[in-house]
Design a protein around this ligand. Structure first.
Ligand SMILES: Nc1nc2c(c(=O)[nH]1)N[C@H]1C(S)=C(S)[C@@H](COP(=O)(O)OP(=O)(O)OC[C@H]3O[C@@H](n4cnc5c(=O)[nH]c(N)nc54)[C@H](O)[C@@H]3O)O[C@H]1N2
Ligand SMILES: Nc1nc2c(c(=O)[nH]1)N[C@H]1C(S)=C(S)[C@@H](COP(=O)(O)OP(=O)(O)OC[C@H]3O[C@@H](n4cnc5c(=O)[nH]c(N)nc54)[C@H](O)[C@@H]3O)O[C@H]1N2
Ligand code: SF4
Ligand SMILES: [Mo]
Length: 704
């Protein structure tokens, strides 16, 4: 028996007599279906759900270590009310749930009376378990301002995808692809669906070409066929030049374009009129015209192929058109929604968990904030603009904020302005598992159950239609409550008890799964429900855009007086003599965002974040590998460890995001580890999509 086998046997022996609960992980947004083994109210083992197509029995290191959530002594255990003025470091006293619900309901009533219900905003990260707060604050209370976190994430590509394909969130069929271009997607470092990472590597083994366009020689670039070290913020120029070369050589898929696309001829004229040639793009992107031409030809002639983008290339003020150009490559080559392409996934037939009758719903009197702020095409709240709205009451007063599983003090740009914002709110509620930096700025902190302690049903992020379930495996820590029970408690104090009548999670879960084949029972038993992906369905049936076609010419843009075709304009911030380096950001493979840094196992492997700096720039600044360095922007400075690397485009640095600041205020493992970069930057918001432009930042670096 190998050492590995014997370890596994020992583990299995340990779980003998344990109960198996089918659930899913949300240590990151990819939600792998999971088997949780529980004995005596303790999680004794976790593994991926063997039958689920998302991860086929596996979990990543973050998922494997996530059981710590159920034992972390720093978890919030009871509701807490602030006792000192905002602006000072938060001090809190323990209160009962009844007091917490009364406090919140009274404040909500006051805000509605004085400013209107539109003045209450909800933001969240792990979006779907927020649905009960949405039922409460939107359907019943009447606020149109129910938002997620997308402006910090893939807002530009989401906007591009909505605009061109009428789809929110495409997946990638790497398994069947022969040629893949990844624009700033580090699939093997910051993993997205585990099946996608695996399929990418298997495609490569089969002989598929993987091209990684990224200023950094990422984990994915290291395994790719070719790394294209592009200058930051110039992907749009390269993608437009590729389109130019494809079209001027007649390599586009003429039949596909004629049948399924709107505005091809105008796009061709636009490219030719503007002179978006490979020669034009060469200096802008730092990529030889010959290389751009070769990639364009290979992409157009090797089928099936895929041009895929996520958030990396979108952290600039020109990210909206850059993302559109990357997807138009797919469109003109007919590489959409077929096997091996960008996949316009269909969604499982899940219903809302609460059935609130229309006559009980309150209609808002004001536009949602993103529209009122001047970003009608934004797929989500331009959250970089939220502090201004709160502080100045512009475009209208914002007085209440619910932050649910999101930590804007750490995650949004310009920490100072986020902290300042909290002073101007009448009601700031944190729904959290730990005392985050944001919770510390709030009036009231509500302890939520972790995903090991609560139920949830949501869409699975696999290629085919998929529903997944999270089931309570262990008892809640302390007095923590699930979102349904918290929303219900507030609803009761508001006089809306009848709409939150369910006693057990299975009751609302039955409503949510009423149309799902096999219903709740089968979902509980298997942990997921999935249907094989249907290829070409959306494209042949017509995509949900205004014209029913793939819109290379964007009617949405034209209707707003914007150029319906993507253009290339330079990003906003450029390094200069005083601040000679361009900031870029990337994630840590052993952590997820601001979620895992109080986990002692992951912190043992990766106790701090760091900055990567090219050897040429490091030598100029007399920085050695492993040194502590000071990064200074015009706004602030941080001290962080440096890694000197060859694989990063000179003139830029790459800051790994996740640690730092007070992190977390009461998290004894995380506290004080690493550095937080989000106060280096001023707020730059993409003018169309409302995305945060974290990389619009110039700095200088010196030894600490
Ligand atoms: N291990 C781990 N996994 C995660 C997460 C995590 O924190 N850790 N977070 C999860 C979340 S919320 C997300 S959104 C995804 C993120 O998944 P990714 O977007 O793949 O992750 P990042 O590391 O942020 O990668 C961004 C890349 O963009 C590159 N980049 C920067 N500027 C440019 C540019 O101008 N052009 C191009 N082409 N590239 C550029 C950066 O160098 C970096 O490699 O990962 C998810 N999974
Ligand atoms: N500089 C820089 N900034 C970035 C990024 C970057 O690469 N660089 N990445 C951006 C991206 S892609 C994203 S998606 C955002 C993410 O930023 P956020 O929206 O802040 O989301 P997370 O960091 O995933 O989660 C934050 C909070 O969720 C809490 N939490 C964890 N699990 C639970 C739970 O089960 N219930 C509840 N109620 N709370 C929970 C954690 O304690 C933590 O405080 O950050 C963005 N900010
Ligand atoms: S990829 Fe995300 S959801 Fe899957 S196991 Fe890892 S942390 Fe959990
Ligand atoms: Mo993200």
């Amino acid at each position: 028996m190998s050492e590995l086998d014997s370890k596994l046997s020992a583990r299995i022996a340990k779980i003998k007599g344990a109960t198996l609960v089918k659930s899913f992980c949300y240590s990151c947004p990819w939600n792998c279906p999971t088997e949780v083994y529980v004995r005596n109210n303790k999680v004794v083992y976790v593994k991926g759900n063997q039958d689920a197509p998302n991860n086929i029995g596996t979990r990543c290191s973050k998922g494997m270590a996530s059981w710590w959530m159920t034992e972390d002594p720093d978890r919030l255990k009871y509701p807490m009310l602030r006792t000192n003025p905002k602006g000072e470091r938060g001090e809190f006293k323990r209160i009962s749930w009844d007091e917490a619900f009364t406090f919140i309901a009274d404040k909500l009533k006051g805000i509605a009376k004085n400013y209107g219900p539109e003045s209450v905003v909800l933001t969240c990260h792990h979006d779907p378990n927020t649905q009960f707060y949405r039922h409460l604050l939107s359907d019943l209370y009447g606020s149109p301002n129910m938002y997620a976190h997308t402006s910090g994430c893939e807002m530009d590509r989401r906007s591009a995808c909505q605009t061109i394909f009428g789809h929110d969130f495409p997946m990638h069929d790497f398994a069947n692809s022969k040629y893949v271009i990844l624009w700033g997607m580090n699939m093997l470092g910051a993993n997205q669906g585990l099946f996608e990472s695996r399929a990418l590597l298997e495609a490569k083994k089969r002989g598929a070409k993987i091209i990684v366009v990224d200023p950094s020689f990422t984990e994915t670039a290291q395994k790719a066929t070719e790394w294209i070290p592009i200058k930051p913020g110039t992907d749009g120029a390269m993608a437009l030049a590729m389109c130019h070369h494809i079209i001027s050589n007649g390599l586009q898929d003429k039949e596909f374009v004629n049948t399924h696309c709107e505005g091809f001829d105008g796009f061709r004229d636009h490219l030719f009129d503007k002179g978006y040639t490979p020669e034009w793009a060469e200096d802008i992107c730092g990529i030889k015209a010959e290389t751009i031409k070769r990639l364009a030809r290979d992409f157009a002639t090797t089928k099936p192929s895929m041009s895929a983008i996520f958030k990396g290339a979108g952290y600039y003020t020109n990210g909206h058109d850059g993302s559109r150009a990357c997807y138009i490559l797919d469109a003109i080559c007919g590489q959409v929604d077929g096997p091996g392409n960008l996949h316009l996934k269909s969604w499982a037939p899940l219903a809302e968990p609460l059935d609130i009758p229309d006559k009980a719903k309150r209609k808002p009197n004001k536009d949602p904030l993103h529209v009122a702020m001047g970003y009608p095409l934004a797929p989500d709240l331009p959250n970089g603009q939220l502090p201004k709205a709160v502080i100045e009451g512009d475009p209208y007063p914002v007085k209440g904020l619910f932050v649910h599983s999101t930590n804007p003090v750490m995650s949004d740009p310009n920490r100072d302005s986020v902290i300042e914002m909290f002073k101007h709110l009448d009601l700031a509620v944190a729904c959290e598992v730990l005392m985050s930096e944001t919770a510390l700025e709030c009036d009231i902190v509500l302890p939520e159950t972790s995903f090991y302690e609560m139920a949830e049903i949501r869409q699975g992020l696999w290629l085919g239609e998929e529903a997944i379930i999270c089931q309570p495996a262990v008892a809640p820590i302390g007095e923590s409550k699930a979102p349904y029970d918290i929303a219900k408690g507030i609803a009761q104090k508001m006089g809306w008890a009848e709409f939150f009548a369910f006693e057990h999670w299975e009751d609302w879960a039955k409503t949510a799964t009423a149309n799902l084949p096999g219903g709740l029972n089968q979902l509980k038993e298997r942990g997921f429900w999935a249907k094989q992906p249907a290829f070409n369905k959306l494209v042949t049936d017509g995509v949900p855009t205004k014209t029913g076609k793939i819109e290379i010419y964007s009617h949405k843009y034209a209707d707003q007086g914007l150029n319906p075709y993507p253009d290339y304009v330079e990003r906003s911030v450029h390094p200069d003599n005083e601040f000679p380096l361009q900031v870029t950001h990337s994630k840590l493979s052993m952590h997820c965002n601001i979620v895992t840094q109080n986990n002692p196992m992951l912190m043992e492997i990766c106790p701090e974040n760091w900055v990567e700096i090219n050897a040429v720039d490091a030598e100029k600044s007399m920085i050695n590998d492993g040194d502590m360095v000071v990064i200074e922007s015009p706004k602030d400075k941080i001290t962080i460890r440096a890694k000197v690397v060859q694989g990063l485009i000179p003139g830029s640095i790459s800051i790994r995001h996740g640690h730092g600041f007070g992190h977390w205020a009461m998290g004894s493992v995380a506290k004080g580890k690493g550095a937080h970069s989000n106060n280096l930057m001023e707020i730059h918001t993409n003018p169309v999509t409302g995305a945060n432009c974290y990389n619009e930042c110039k700095v200088r670096v010196r030894p600490a």
